[in-house]
Design a protein around this ligand. Structure first.
Ligand SMILES: Cc1cc2nc3c(=O)[nH]c(=O)nc-3n(C[C@H](O)[C@H](O)[C@H](O)COP(=O)(O)OP(=O)(O)OC[C@H]3O[C@@H](n4cnc5c(N)ncnc54)[C@H](O)[C@@H]3O)c2cc1C
Length: 413
C-alpha cells in the first residue's frame, strides 16, 4: 500500500489548483493527485464556449503542459476512481481494488451532471456537457446535426445553445420553469439573455416538462414534451444541474447537506479530510443563511488556495467574495456577490444598448451585482458587495454615478 502525506481526490479545477498552490508554496511532503478522467487536468468553462463553437483544441484546455507534470514530484493517478474512504484508517480505495493511505485527504470530486429521468434518456445523441469526453462526443455529432434541443435554461444550456447556433444548427431550448436562469440571476438579465438568443434564432419553450426522448435505431429523433408536442432533434443536450460527488464521504460518516458540509477552513467532519469546490457546502458571511455551495471556477480556485495555505501552516478562514462569468455570443455576463435571498433589484443603464448592470439589495446592503458587457460596474462592484448603501434607488440606478462613489459613501455592513 502506498502512502502520501496529502492525497487529493478529483483532478479538476479545485484539486489541480491545490496541487499547484502546495508546490508553489514549497510543500516538501509527498502528494498524490487521483482523478477518474484520463485527460491531463483541464479547464471546464471552454467546453460549452470556445471548445464547442470554435477550433480550440483539447490541448489548449490544459492547466499546465505535460512537461510541468513530468518535472514535478506530484504523483498523478489518472483514469482512477476512488470508490471508498476509510476515515479511521486514513485510506482510500480505488476502483481497481488498490488502497492508498494518506496523512491528509483533500476531496475535490466536483459533481456529476444530472441526467434526465425520462424514457429514452440513454439514446445516442442525448448528452450532458460536464467533461471533456462529453464535449468531444458532442463535437463529433455537430457535423451531422441539423436540429438540436437543449433541455435546461441555465448557464450550461444557454452557452451550449449559443455555440450550436454559431455552428448553424437550429436550436430549441426547453425549460421547466417559467423563466430562464431562475436559480442564478434576476429578471432583467434573464430577459436580456432570452432576447439575445431569440435574435440569434433560438426558440424557447418555457414552463414545459419533457415526458420522453424519442429515437430510432438507438439514436435520438425527437423530444416529446409533457403537452404531447414533439420537437424533432438529431442532438439533445441536457443541462439540468449537478449532483455533488460526495457518496464516498457520506459512506465514511461525513455530515452531508447540499454537498459535504465543511467549516470555514474547508474541514469536513471527518478527521484530516478537507473538501473544496463544487461538492462542498461551506459557511459563508456572504449569505444570510450562512451556507453556500458554489459551482464556479473562482470558488474552486480560492478554496484550493485556502486549503493549501492551511496545509502549509498558514491557516486562514475562507471567505472570498464569490464571482462568476458567462459568455454567450459576443456578450459577457459577470457577477459579483451572491443572489440568494435579495429583496430588490435596481437596473443601471439601458438593456437595449447591450451594456448595463443590475444591483441586488438585501435591505440596505448590496448583495450582488450582475454586469452585462460592463466591466467598469463589475470591477467597482467588487468593493461594494456587503456594504450598506444609504442612497435611494434612483441614484443607484443612475449609470452616470459610478459604483465606486457608493463605496466611498458606504460603511461596512
Ligand atoms: C461546461 C461547463 C462550463 C462552465 N463554465 C463556467 C464559467 O463560465 N464560469 C465559472 O465560474 N464556472 C464555470 N463552470 C463551473 C466550473 O467549471 C466548476 O465550478 C469547477 O470546475 C469546479 O471545480 P471542482 O474541482 O470542484 O470540480 P471539477 O472541475 O468538476 O473536478 C472534479 C473532478 O473530480 C473527478 N472525480 C469525481 N469523482 C471522482 C472519484 N470518485 N475519484 C476520482 N476522481 C473523481 C471528476 O471526474 C472531475 O475530473 C463550468 C462548468 C462546466 C461543466
Amino acid at each position: 500500500m502506498s502512502h502520501y502525506d496529502i492525497v487529493v481526490v478529483g483532478a479538476g479545477h479545485a484539486g489541480t489548483q491545490t496541487v499547484f498552490a502546495l508546490t508553489a508554496g514549497g510543500f516538501t511532503g509527498s502528494i498524490a493527485l487521483i482523478g477518474d478522467e484520463i485527460s491531463i487536468p483541464y479547464e471546464r468553462p471552454p467546453l460549452t464556449k470556445g471548445y464547442l463553437a470554435d477550433s480550440m483544441l483539447s490541448d489548449e484546455l490544459a492547466f499546465r503542459a505535460e512537461a510541468w507534470w513530468a518535472g514535478s514530484t506530484v504523483e498523478r493517478h489518472l483514469g482512477t476512481a476512488v470508490v471508498a474512504v476509510d476515515a479511521d484508517a486514513h485510506t482510500v480505495t480505488t476502483e481497481d481494488g488498490g488502497t492508498i493511505s494518506y496523512g491528509t485527504l483533500v476531496w475535490s470530486a466536483g459533481g456529476e451532471a444530472r441526467r434526465l429521468p425520462t424514457p429514452g434518456a440513454d439514446l445516442n445523441g442525448v448528452h450532458v456537457v460536464r467533461k471533456l469526453s462529453d464535449a468531444e462526443h458532442v463535437k463529433r455529432l455537430v457535423a451531422t446535426t441539423r436540429k438540436a434541443v437543449v433541455i435546461g435554461g441555465g448557464y450550461i444550456g444557454l452557452e451550449t445553445a449559443a455555440s450550436l447556433r454559431k455552428l448553424g444548427i437550429e436550436v430549441t431550448v426547453v425549460e421547466a420553469l417559467e423563466r430562464l436562469l431562475q436559480r442564478v440571476t434576476g429578471e432583467d438579465i434573464a430577459a436580456y439573455i432570452k432576447a439575445k438568443h431569440e435574435g440569434e434564432g433560438v426558440e424557447f419553450l418555457l414552463g414545459t416538462g419533457v415526458s420522453e426522448i424519442l429515437g430510432e435505431d438507438g439514436h435520438v429523433t425527437g423530444v416529446q414534451l409533457a403537452s404531447g408536442q414533439v420537437l424533432p432533434a438529431d442532438l439533445v443536450i441536457v443541462g439540468i444541474g449537478l449532483i455533488p460527488n460526495v457518496r464516498q464521504l457520506a459512506d465514511a460518516g461525513a455530515e452531508i447537506g447540499n454537498g459535504v458540509l465543511v467549516d470555514k477552513f474547508c474541514r469536513t467532519t471527518l478527521p484530516d479530510v478537507y473538501a473544496i469546490g463544487d461538492c462542498a457546502s461551506f459557511e459563508s458571511d456572504w449569505v444570510p443563511d450562512d451556507r453556500l455551495r458554489l459551482e464556479s471556477v473562482q470558488n474552486a480556485n480560492d478554496q484550493a488556495k485556502a486549503v493549501a495555505n492551511t496545509l502549509l501552516g498558514k491557516p486562514q478562514p475562507y471567505d472570498a467574495l464569490p464571482w462568476f462569468w458567462s459568455h454567450q455570443y459576443d456578450d459577457r455576463l459577470q457577477t459579483a456577490g451572491v443572489l440568494t435571498g435579495y429583496d430588490s433589484a435596481v437596473l443601471r443603464g439601458d438593456p437595449a444598448t447591450g451594456k448595463f448592470s443590475v444591483v441586488y439589495m438585501r435591505g440596505d446592503t448590496v448583495a450582488a451585482v450582475d454586469a452585462i458587457n460592463n466591466v467598469k460596474d463589475y470591477a467597482q462592484a467588487k468593493s461594494l458587495i456587503g456594504r450598506t448603501v444609504a442612497a435611494d434607488d434612483s441614484r443607484l440606478a443612475d449609470s452616470a454615478v459610478p459604483l465606486k462613489a457608493f463605496v466611498t459613501e458606504s460603511q461596512l455592513a
